[in-house]
Design a protein around this ligand. Structure first.
Ligand code: FAD
Length: 489
């Protein structure tokens, strides 16, 4: 099977990349489950935007401060400056955001933000954004969407990616331009494993929450691209920077996924209490600090959760703004307008990932990474709330534009447009024929190996950080960060 661009994943980053690629390129988008089962659909709180020029410095500073100034300031600037363009695109595909009575956008606030700058749609902003992007992509005649099909490895030679090996399941569903296709119509063979030859490959396989017992992420998000990157010596960055969300619903049930109680609930006034129903922390400090404070309190109290009080929010406002959260609490036997709910921290977001430049290029030729799988340094050590949908889409668009630019210059594909020469058909065929699919037959063994590889890499980075005791080196890095911050202002 041959395609121009292969995209692995169907979250907001994958879809927005597909949406921004040229319509004359054939795009194959594969996803491990169905098209809607991804974290982008779960995002509750909202998406940050630069609502007015006067908020730039403050938004920049809030992002850097939450990230402990370990952020890449250029990435942060790109994200903030691109936010209005992304918002316009989303509105153009039909996404609807909360408005004031005068028709202007209503902005909410979350922890770590010094002002209201987050657009939202009730407490299901991710679903609103991603479902509209998906509907737009489904209409495109150049994008083939393949469900229940996963990326299991890339095809690489001399640090250049020539495509991937995919595993099709029995549940496979294929569509293009709104029509269902058979495997044959889509150009697939009948086997479970298949080699896909691609000019360019984009990794958009989301986070790593599926590796943790308690996580807000879908269980099938296990960092497959990270494992593949490790196997092929593709550079990683900040691999041990994992965000724990301070407030997920505490349940004694063995749940699939921890249910998030969005930060914007606290942004709208919810409070946190210890076992004696006393406040013990400022609820709007950045996530990592709040998580540490909650864990410390739980240890002091000998409890497995703390309490969150939403009675501080007007009951009508609570139901209107957070219907999904209220519904979940009720399902679990709590009425949040009348009583506190138990909450506990859980794994939530992966700041680290495959190292990419500002165009989302990895250290391997013809290979891009976007969304939570990638690390462009926007989030530093800790992500500011509601920056990830935005970051995912901004840098997915930049990947698409960079790929477009390279095609125009004749840089991608077997035909070099600059010279008209068919430069590498034979070379590619030889590279693909070297790949032995028999090595990929045992899916359970591969899954287990990938999980282990990612865990070990995170542990290794954690250990290295612990061993970071050289005071001089520490002072030097601190000074450099402060200088970078001062220079940027
Ligand atoms: C509960 C919750 C609430 C959140 N709230 C917010 C919020 O309010 N604001 C905000 O900005 N961010 C929020 N986030 C974070 C944000 O939703 C994610 O960071 C973002 O959506 C990631 O998008 P993505 O495209 O990178 O990945 P995802 O949307 O997770 O998509 C990953 C895709 O990759 C596919 N995949 C995985 N492995 C493979 C493979 N091997 N082969 C093929 N496909 C594969 C999956 O099936 C999936 O389709 C929240 C996250 C969660 C979990």
């Amino acid at each position: 099977m041959k395609t121009d661009v292969l995209i692995a994943g169907s979250g907001c980053s994958a879809l927005y990349a597909a949406y921004n690629l040229p319509r004359d390129k054939q795009i194959l988008l594969i996803t491990k489950r169905d098209l809607e089962t991804n974290d982008s659909f779960l995002a509750q709180g909202g998406m940050c935007v630069l609502k007015e020029e006067g908020d730039y410095e403050s938004y920049f500073e809030d992002t850097m401060k939450a990230g402990h100034y370990e952020n890449d300031p250029v990435s942060v600037e790109i994200m903030i400056r691109s936010s209005q363009r992304v918002l316009k695109d989303l509105i153009a595909v039909g996404a609807d955001f909360a408005k004031n009575p005068d028709g202007t956008l209503d902005y909410t606030k979350e922890g770590g933000h010094s002002g209201n700058r987050i657009v939202y749609h009730e407490d299901v902003t991710g679903k609103e954004i991603t479902s509209h992007l998906l509907a737009a992509v489904k209409k495109l005649d150049n994008v083939t969407l393949v469900e229940y099909t996963k990326l299991i490895d890339i095809i690489e030679k001399d640090n250049v990616c020539y495509g991937a090996i995919i595993r099709k399941s029995d549940e496979i569903r294929i569509s293009r331009g709104g029509k269902s296709l058979t495997r044959e119509e889509a150009g697939f063979d009948d086997n479970i494993l298949e080699k896909v030859e691609a000019d360019v490959t984009i990794l958009a396989t989301g986070g790593i929450g599926g590796l943790y017992r308690h996580s807000t992420n879908f269980r099938h998000l296990t960092g497959d691209s990270i494992a593949i990157a490790i196997m092929h010596n593709i550079e990683l960055k900040d691999i041990n920077y994992v965000q724990i969300h301070p407030t997920t619903f505490y349940s004694e049930r063995e749940e699939d996924r921890s249910f998030l109680i969005s930060e914007s609930v606290r942004g709208e006034g919810a409070k946190l209490y210890d076992k004696n129903m006393k406040r013990f922390v400022n609820e709007l400090i950045p996530r990592d600090l709040l998580t540490a404070a909650i864990r410390e309190q739980m240890e002091k109290d000998g409890t497995s959760h703390v309490w969150e009080d939403m009675r501080t929010i007007d009951p009508k406002e609570l139901r209107e703004h957070f219907p999904n959260i209220v519904g979940h609490c009720e399902e679990m036997g709590y009425n949040p307008s009348d009583e506190c709910i138990p909450v506990v921290p859980a794994q939530h977001y992966f700041m680290g990932g495959i190292k990419v430049n500002h165009e989302s290029k990895t250290s391997m030729g013809r290979l891009y990474a976007v969304g939570e799988t990638a690390c462009n340094g926007v989030h530093g050590r800790n992500r500011l709330a509601s920056n990830s949908l935005l970051e995912s889409m901004v840098f997915a668009q930049r990947a698409a534009l960079d790929i477009t630019k390279n095609y125009i210059r004749g840089g991608y594909g077997s035909i070099n447009f600059a010279t008209g020469e068919n430069c590498e058909e034979d070379k590619r065929a030889a590279i693909l024929s070297e790949v032995l699919l028999d090595n990929y037959m045992d899916d359970d063994a591969i899954t287990e190996k990938y999980r282990r590889l990612v865990r070990e890499e995170i542990q290794k980075a954690d250990k290295a950080a612990e061993g970071f005791k050289d005071e001089e080196e520490y002072e030097r890095i601190k000074r450099e960060k402060e200088e970078a911050k001062a220079n940027h202002k």
